[in-house]
Ligand binder design. Structure first.
Ligand code: NAD
Length: 352
């Protein structure tokens, strides 16, 4: 057997229906008595409702979390946390809100409780991507890892079906890439395969019946495992492409992941046979790329980059940027192959 390192699960995880009720107890465990509550403007009403229920345990609400964690917003939030004498943060929302909690932790070392309401997975990682002056800088540091994660299935029922579908495939991408990561390990492999299977079961139910807690539970459980994959394994071609398409061409995060995943899998398929067999098995499909593409179509996720606003004229530059710096990937990064992958993803063609 090949040797491996299992880095361990980074956070205490509380999972279930109605688990938000355990927030006061979790705060107490952490010694958190006056938290700053974080949200996006879109989820401000829910955050204010929660603040009211928590009473004096909440020092204030900051509801300006935004995509890609702009430094200017994080600095204002950190200043508010200091001014209010907050002794921790509670982020209720998706990757944007959880990113804000991490950015505050980077500046203040305040402990964090993350309450994810999408499937993005940021809560399980020590990764923070921040933007300043149009440039995104990503770093890994244990300082930004949330201490406690509360997954409450009931908080995800309001996630619109379209966002649920793309967010779920965004999550699945972490598990697919963890299966062929250079630092993959057997335990993470079990988690990744279970994650793909849970999302493949849950997402069609979620899209058909967004309030169905069984489907929501499967999807959120899968998303948790996917977040752990992202936190523990190095990501490869798929994440690199999405980073380029989001960072240099302004494409939306989750939707871009949804489109690219089957094509990145097809690019790597012949060089990552075992990983692809496990993905296919978890999807109940004969082939991983085809199974991923079929799932995306079945749940109404976007399947073409052109539908996300990318111009065909940008494909050359995207291929150039994505193949510029070397990074670990099962199949060597070849510019022509990447260009062909992007063409197929742009047009919404079948992968491979
Ligand atoms: P998001 O957090 O931007 O949320 C999208 C929108 O959906 C927001 O308006 C939000 O308020 C709303 N929303 C969230 N949950 C909802 C719910 N249950 N009901 C109704 N509306 C809801 O989107 P996201 O895809 O979760 O996160 C994307 C961001 O997270 C990106 O900036 C990405 O870079 C980052 N991210 C970081 C990591 C990491 O490890 N650092 C991992 C994944 C994603």
């Amino acid at each position: 057997m090949r040797g491996f390192t299992f880095p361990g699960l980074p956070a205490r995880v509380v999972f279930g229906e109605g688990t938000l009720a355990q927030l006061p107890a979790e705060m107490e465990r952490l010694g958190m008595a006056r938290a700053l509550l974080l949200a996006t403007p879109q989820q401000e009403a829910e955050a204010r409702g929660l603040a009211q229920r928590l009473g004096p345990r909440v020092a204030g609400v900051f509801a300006e979390a935004a995509m890609h964690t702009p430094v200017e917003i994080s600095e204002r939030a950190a200043a508010l946390a200091r001014e209010l004498g907050a002794d921790g943060t509670i982020a209720v929302g998706g990757g944007s809100t959880i990113g804000l909690g991490k950015a505050i932790a980077l500046r203040t070392d305040l402990p964090q409780i993350a309450v994810p309401t999408t499937y993005a997975g940021s809560e399980m990682t020590d990764i923070l991507g921040e933007t300043e002056g149009g440039a995104k800088r990503t770093q890994r540091t244990p300082r930004v890892q949330p201490e406690v994660v509360i997954y409450d299935v009931t908080l995800t029922v309001s996630l619109p079906p379209a966002l649920s579908a793309s967010s779920g495939l965004n999550a699945m991408a972490h598990a697919v890439e963890a299966l062929y990561a250079p630092d993959a390990n057997p335990v993470l492999g079990l988690m990744a395969e279970a994650a793909v299977a849970a999302l493949a079961r849950g997402l069609p139910r979620v899209v058909a019946e967004p309030r169905d807690l069984v489907g929501r539970g499967e999807a959120l459980y899968g998303a948790w495992l996917c977040g752990a994959c992202l936190g523990m394994a190095a990501m490869s071609l798929h994440h690199k492409l999405c980073h380029v398409l989001g960072g240099s061409f302004g494409l939306p995060h989750a939707e871009t992941h949804a489109v690219v995943l089957p094509h990145a899998a097809a690019y790597n398929a012949a060089h990552a046979g075992d990983a692809m067999a496990r993905v296919a098995r978890a999807l109940g499909s004969a082939s991983a790329p085809a199974g991923l593409h079929d799932l995306a179509k079945r749940i109404g996720a976007p399947v073409a980059l052109r539908d996300l606003g990318l111009k065909e004229a940008d494909l050359d530059r995207a291929a150039e940027i994505a193949s510029r710096d070397p990074y670990a990937n099962p199949r060597p990064i070849e510019r022509a192959g990447i260009r062909a992958l992007l063409q197929a993803a742009w047009a919404g063609a079948a992968p491979g």
